[in-house]
Design a protein. Structure first.
Length: 173
């Protein structure tokens, strides 16, 4: 097992997602690290790369033995723009586990704001006249009236990552 887990963000919603999955006996170390993608990822691929980059950075530059990167983004499809989220878990043995999560369509006004160059976090704050939505319930929390929050959405991804890692350990025997 492991005693520490690094997460590549100090965003409270992302930290809560990791805390919900991992035992209280594990020290979770949160660090702001670069995603090396645009501030507003505009595709599944870019969002996924951002998550992987965050986790890899923690292993390669911070000496983490096990690290998680989480990234939110948007995906443009013919019938509208969707919210997306991706996560990656990287070990110091060069193992990389990747998982994607839930999707939800953005209202036209939000999608148009993002298309015009505004980050979704800023766009949702303006739209609902609040500050820091991305650190709390997230856009998904607003759009589902709190039925699913940002930390819950990312928790699903973290569980997928943890499950893949556990399975890989089991197969090694």
């Amino acid at each position: 097992m492991f005693s520490t887990l690094h997460i590549g963000s100090k965003n409270p919603a992302k930290i809560r997602a990791v805390e919900h999955v991992f035992s209280k006996n594990i020290e979770i170390i949160a660090k702001d690290v670069p995603s090396s993608v645009s501030p507003q990822p505009l595709s599944d691929q870019e969002t996924k790369i951002g998550a992987v980059n965050r986790a890899k950075y923690l292993v390669e530059e911070c000496g983490a033995s096990l690290a998680i990167g989480l990234e939110g983004g948007v995906v443009e499809e013919k019938d509208g723009m969707l919210l997306c989220n991706w996560g990656a878990m990287v070990t110091n043995n060069n193992e990389i586990f990747v998982a994607g999560g839930a999707r939800i369509y953005l209202p036209i006004e939000l999608a148009e704001s993002v298309r015009s160059g505004t980050e979704l976090g800023e766009a949702i704050d303006d739209w609902v006249k609040k500050e820091g939505v991305r650190k709390g319930e997230g856009t998904v929390g607003i759009l589902t009236d709190g039925v699913i929050t940002r930390d819950q959405m990312f928790e699903h991804v973290v569980r997928l990552l943890y499950g893949q890692w556990k399975f890989s350990q089991k197969r090694r025997g």
